[in-house]
Design a binder for this molecule. Structure first.
Ligand code: MSP
Length: 505
């Protein structure tokens, strides 16, 4: 998996959160990976050198607790469950360049090195800690986080714990973190940045407990083996350990991260704690932490106890990968909470993928098959048609992480192309003006070629299938989205891209 960036290209390093392996992957995990994949693929499409990292967070106590419950030795349990996340990535056609597991030697060594470096610099010291600890959060919590005596996030009573522990001098970094959070794109969307900024401004930063004693699971503090590194410090460091920190070429090339994509529940860890650790370790903080919302099911939080769960693997098996990827990208405004329901997935699929995109391709390829024996001659580009292709806008929207808007813009062009065919009625020209018929077909196919390229980041399978119908092995780059690049060709046989889903769920 070693990847060395080509010289001269802009680099783009994107990460997802690393997932706990206490249970099998859920829809939220799939959502985050799909959106990260769309961004990664898009950045490759605009000719950047991308490094895309995902992985699993295996040293957490909740993994150990789940292993105990299952009656399986912890390492065996995490090995088995980590594979479910690897398989999920395959099933979702995620183009990650690496998959880090925090029980890997490369990670353990490097995360210990970071801890030791901070201790040697006097940024970490030994003391005592006591407080309310929530096992769900893997974190100490405060009275403010409680509702009826229970952690508001996990609906569980916290325990009072006192222990000898190491502390990170985070308080020292209040000003630097404020400065980091003052930068416009440090945290996106803007509301999430303000939330963090206001909280640090109002409360300041306290020193942070960064070790736990009396644990049997987790990375050991290298110079004091009675202690384990607090799982969040260990977990966050995956973003640099996967690049081979401190010495590897990859680290020098790809750090700082251009985008840490995470969910709203872990914003504080990424936008405050992680930058503080990095600054203390003399490492640049990330350029952007992008905070996405939560996927709910029919308006409510996913939950096993209420039966509100959808298995992402089963979903893909039933409805196909492109429909799931399209749905997540199109239906949920990126950065905000959104809802999943079978009904809206089917509606998007039938109404947009089948009726708009599928219909356009099948109509044009069908006409070419019927009247031209699929032989396409090169013609002059129709400026009026391509005026409606808003490439710069799509680029801008993707740069601003407006994924759903970019898709809308692409689909507006698809609508325009469908109308173009509808208005020009090329089938009526086959007896009177074959020249004009060929012009319309050529331009429509050229537009379809560009649409397939633009959609590659979002729905890679459909994009490939369209390009195959056009008999094209073109490189998927934005440079190839110029009109007129379709050469003389013989199309392959027409194929239904998206068969309509007729039954309800
Ligand atoms: N292990 C930590 C992250 C450590 S990152 C250094 C963790 N793991 S998690 O498995 O609980 O969550 C992984 C990612 O999935 C997080 O970004 C989280 O916000 C996201 N999601 C969890 N539930 C979600 C939804 N219901 N919807 C969308 N994403 C959500 O946190």
């Amino acid at each position: 998996m070693v990847k060395i960036a080509k010289k001269g290209k802009k680099k783009f390093y994107i990460t997802t959160a690393i997932d706990y392996v206490n249970a099998k992957p859920h829809l939220g995990h799939a959502y985050e990976k799909i959106l990260a994949d769309i961004i990664a693929r898009w950045h490759r499409f605009i000719d950047e050198d991308v490094f895309f990292l995902t992985g699993t967070d295996e040293n957490a106590q909740k993994n150990e607790q789940a292993a105990k419950k299952a009656g399986i030795e912890t390492k065996k349990f995490v090995d088995k469950n980590a594979q479910l996340f690897v398989q999920l990535c395959k099933k979702l056609n995620i183009s990650n360049d690496d998959f880090i597991r925090t029980t890997e030697e490369r990670h353990i060594k490097a995360s210990q090195l970071i801890f030791k470096k901070l201790f040697d610099k006097g940024e970490i010291y030994k003391g005592h800690y006591e407080g309310l600890y929530c096992y769900g959060c893997e974190n100490y919590i405060t009275e403010k986080d409680l509702v009826d005596g229970k952690c508001s996030m996990h609906d569980k009573e916290p325990e009072w714990i006192k222990e000898e522990a190491y502390f990170f001098k985070m308080s020292k970094y209040t000003k630097k973190i404020i400065k980091f959070l003052e930068k416009k794109n440090s945290v996106l969307p803007e509301g999430r940045r303000k939330e963090m900024f206001n909280r640090v401004k109002e409360e300041g930063l306290k020193d942070l407990c960064v070790s736990r004693s009396n644990l049997n699971w987790g990375v050991k503090v290298p110079f004091d083996e009675k202690h384990r590194i607090y799982v969040w410090i260990d977990a966050l460091s995956n973003y640099v350990t996967a690049l081979g920190y401190p010495s590897d070429k990859k680290f020098k090339k790809f750090w700082p991260a251009d985008c840490h994509l995470i969910g709203k529940d872990i914003n504080w860890f990424h936008s405050v704690i992680w930058p503080a650790i990095l600054i203390a370790s003399d490492i640049e903080p990330p350029k952007t932490v992008f905070v996405h919302g939560f996927v709910n099911i029919k308006g409510s939080k996913m939950s096993k106890s209420t039966g509100l769960v959808v298995d992402p693997i089963e979903l893909v098996e039933k409805y196909g990968l492109d429909s799931v990827r399209y749905f997540f990208a199109r239906n949920i405004p990126f950065g905000y909470d959104g809802d999943f329901s079978y009904e809206s997935l089917i509606e998007r699929y039938n109404g947009e993928l089948a009726d708009k995109l599928g219909n356009l391709v099948s109509r044009v390829v069908g006409l070419a098959e019927k009247y031209l024996k699929s032989k396409i001659k090169k013609k002059k580009s129709d400026e009026k048609l391509f005026k409606n292709l808003k490439l710069d806008l799509i680029k801008k929207q993707m740069e601003n992480y407006e994924i759903n808007k970019a898709l809308t813009t692409i689909f507006e062009f698809i609508d325009f192309c469908n109308n173009y065919i509808q208005e020009k009625k090329p089938w009526e020209l086959t007896k009177t003006n074959m020249e004009e018929f060929e012009n319309i077909i050529y331009n429509s196919l050229d537009a379809i070629r560009i649409i397939a390229l633009l959609l590659h980041a979002f729905i890679p399978n459909a994009s490939d299938r369209i390009l195959t119908q056009l008999n094209l092995k073109t490189e998927k780059t934005i440079d190839n989205c110029k009109p007129g690049l379709l050469k003389e060709t013989k199309l392959n046989k027409k194929e239904i891209l998206f068969a309509k889903i007729e039954d309800g769920k």
